[in-house]
Write a protein that binds this ligand. Structure first.
Ligand code: UT7
Length: 323
């Protein structure tokens, strides 16, 4: 059977680093509160005029370089984002043009913080069904553009950035020992819309809007649903948490990451954590963590990796893959 194998990773973070202390002057908060409640110490913010597609193109080029491929070899580009440059065209088509390619097709996926997991599952479906042999999957966000800077409960949490992976079709034996994506578990429940949303949009207000979140309620859903979806994906792959070499979770809150690892019975030494330096970069957080985890020497060929994420919708899911 055909498997979708990761051939390269890359990421890009905007130059401007914003430490927690910067928020102390703007809202009633403290470095101590942000660190102890979230684990976040700093985040990156895009420069004025720097857009989501700019970040995505930088991350994509880095992933192509890592894979030793050119953009012309890529047959599909998927960008997971909730903060596109424009209402349309898709960021993915802008990335395609930015990479100087006219090959294949490109489209965006919008599942907020779970976007990269959803996009990875779509890329897998394209590869396994034979529609594309090499797929570039990018998570890219500029959440700094949808913050309410007077709302201390949200503005301290998010950051900007982009991460990318190159997937390629390779033959597998159809066993859990194969390299590549082994299983995916995707979920959504639109009844929880009010827990995490942006209060503007094209066909409602005609504005971009700002992010609103009932953090504590989302926290409770996250702790329960992330471990459940990871267990289901492992089960579909014929594996158990004991087989896991690395959890690469959505980086929203260190306490959620720790609680999920705990529920899965996986020690924190086997979890890639980047939330301290990136903050919550929504759909970019997992590909950023995959790329940084590779650079740190944490993830190696043959390792079993579980990614899991939850975000607005609610939408949540997990992908199990062997590096
Ligand atoms: O990525 C998409 C998914 N999103 C998430 O996974 C986020 C999930 N939620 C969270 O990470 C956490 O709920 C937060 C970090 C957002 C908040 O932490 P919490 O422990 O759930 O705090 P809380 O919302 O229950 O608020 C506790 C207190 C409140 O004050 P009172 O009502 O106890 O007086 C808040 O007003 O902390 C207050 N607070 C702050 N204090 C200082 C909220 N934000 C801040 C702040 N600085 N920035």
């Amino acid at each position: 059977m055909t498997r979708a194998v990761i051939r390269g990773t890359g990421h890009y973070l905007p130059e401007r680093v914003v430490p927690n202390a910067e928020f102390e002057a703007k809202v009633e908060t403290s470095d101590e509160w942000i660190r102890s409640r979230t684990g976040i110490e700093q985040r990156h913010f895009a420069a004025p005029g720097q857009t989501t597609s700019d970040l995505a193109i930088r991350a994509a080029q880095a992933a192509l370089d890592d894979a030793g491929m050119t953009a012309a070899e890529i047959e599909a580009i998927i960008v997971a984002t909730s903060t596109p440059d424009f209402t349309f065209p898709s960021v993915a088509t802008m990335v395609q043009a930015g990479l100087g390619s006219t090959a294949g097709f490109a489209f965006d996926v919008q599942a907020v913080c779970a976007g990269f997991v959803f996009a990875l599952a779509q890329a897998n479906a394209l590869i396994v069904s034979g529609q594309a042999a090499r797929v570039l999957v990018i998570g890219a966000e500029t959440f700094s553009r949808i913050m309410d800077w007077n709302d201390r409960t949200t503005c301290v949490l998010f950051g900007d950035g982009a991460g990318a992976v190159v997937l390629e079709a390779q033959p597998g034996a159809g066993t859990p020992a194969d390299r590549g994506i082994l299983a995916a578990d995707l979920n959504s429940d639109g009844r929880h819309r009010e827990l995490l949303y942006v209060d503007g949009g094209v066909s409602s207000t005609g504005t971009a809007g700002v992010l609103k979140m009932q953090g504590n309620a989302v926290f409770k859903h996250a702790v329960q649903k992330l471990a459940e979806t990871a267990h289901r994906a492992l089960d579909k792959a014929g594996l158990t948490p004991a087989d896991v070499d690395w959890i690469v979770p959505h980086q929203a809150n260190l306490r959620i990451i720790t609680a999920t690892a705990d529920r899965m019975g996986v020690p924190m030494e086997r979890v890639v954590v980047t939330v301290q330096t990136h903050g919550n970069t929504s759909a970019a957080s997992i590909p950023l963590a995959l790329s940084v985890g590779r650079q740190r020497g944490q993830i190696k060929a043959g390792d079993l990796v579980v990614t899991e994420a939850i975000g607005g919708g609610l939408a949540w899911g997990s992908v199990v893959l062997r590096w």
